[in-house]
Write a protein that binds this ligand. Structure first.
Ligand code: NDP
Length: 338
């Protein structure tokens, strides 16, 4: 018998999540049945949708997120002991899963795949740059923004998991890249370490003026990770036929759903400049994740793509890692090493 632990969300979050919204449950796992494997978590992902999807689930529910697990016992010959896999089993230390061997129906909950051989790279990349956030950056940016060499790209949430990759892909594609992030240290890091042409601290600059000076010829592509007023200001400075990928709206994830913040109306600049604004949801693109991983891996190996991570140690610190990420502690992808 294996003793397992998992975080169960017992109360709906009200504003910033509290540790008392969770209960850590200890329980015994049953013996494996044919086709099942027992996993021990190695890396657990910390992502903003943990907050955003809270009210889409009925409490109590097991805290979901991506996880790299290592097979400990196996009654499935395709997953021998020692195999590393990616699942969406979230904040648990041991779990039993099975490969349904049928098309994934309930993305992301049914997800189970072997982690590709990363040949010396950290397995944690499988929940970061070579996992859901990397696929998001690659597919949303290239398919919606369709950047062209010489164009100007703006990214919000630029120092995070998705934004830091979008900005670097934009550089690879020959664009001028401007990123917004929430501290001077992040701004310096984006310019000096990740090669952004300009980075701006959205908490201290006047966004409209700073952007006019950073992008005097206007903006062609906007990758929106945060939503809200800053996005209206950015969209008002876009060029004719500009493209906007709406990927996230983290500025309002902690807001009361009945009192969402208001932002400046953007319809007139959208009309006059014939902007194309498209929402993106990664679960609809699962059939192309591995194409993204192949290209992202090649860029990592040839030194064109850096994959910074913000690592928190220990299963007991998952909640602190989550709150830290929501308040901007992370440079790059937030992960927990179990
Ligand atoms: P990040 O690694 O970027 O972490 C979240 C960051 O958000 C923090 O570090 C913080 O950085 C920033 N932030 C927090 N509060 C605010 C605020 N009020 N205004 C502006 N920024 C804020 O997370 P991810 O890269 O994983 O995700 C980025 C966005 O992409 C999120 O909105 C997420 O929901 C979305 N997403 C969407 C997907 C889709 O399929 N549509 C898939 C994956 C992610 P700072 O210090 O800069 O404030």
């Amino acid at each position: 018998m294996v003793k397992a632990r998992k975080y169960v969300v017992e109360k709906y979050f009200d504003g910033i999540p509290k540790i008392s919204d969770y209960r850590i449950v200890e329980y015994e796992l049953p013996s494996l049945r044919n086709g099942e494997i027992l996993l021990k978590a190695e890396w657990i992902s910390i992502d903003p949708y943990i907050r955003a999807y809270n009210r889409m689930n009925k409490v109590p529910y097991d805290q979901f997120s991506f996880q790299i697990g290592i097979v400990q016992e196996s009654l499935d010959p395709n997953y021998p002991v020692g195999t590393r896999v990616v699942t969406h089993k979230g904040w648990c230390d041991y779990t039993i899963v099975s490969d349904k061997k049928a098309p994934v129906k309930d993305i992301p909950n049914d997800i189970l795949y072997k982690l590709q051989d990363l040949k010396g790279l950290s397995p944690s990349l499988g929940i970061g740059a070579l996992g859901m956030p990397g696929a998001t950056a690659y597919l949303a940016f290239l398919e919606i923004c369709k950047p062209k060499k010489g164009e100007t790209v703006v990214v919000t949430g630029a120092a995070g998991a998705v934004g830091s990759i979008v900005g670097q892909i934009a550089k690879i594609k020959g664009c001028k890249v401007i990123g917004f992030a929430g501290s001077d240290n992040k701004v310096n890091w984006l310019e000096k370490e990740l090669g952004f042409d300009k980075a701006l601290n959205y908490k201290t600059v006047d966004v409209q003026t700073a952007l006019k000076s950073a992008a005097p010829n206007g903006i062609d592509c906007y990758f929106d990770n945060v939503g809200g007023e800053i996005s209206s200001t950015i969209m008002a400075q876009m060029n004719k036929k500009g493209r906007v990928a709406v990927c996230g709206s983290i500025s309002s994830y902690n807001a009361d759903p009945s009192q969402m913040p208001k932002a400046t109306i953007i319809q007139l600049p959208v009309i006059l400049n014939e902007l194309k604004i498209e929402g993106f949801i990664i679960w609809e693109w699962f059939d192309r994740w591995f194409e993204a991983f192949d290209q992202l891996t090649a860029w990592i190996r040839n030194g064109q793509l850096k994959t910074p991570e913000h690592v928190t140690d220990g299963f007991d610190n998952l909640f602190e890692a989550f709150i830290g990420m929501m308040s901007g502690d992370n440079f790059g992808k937030a992960v927990v090493k179990v």
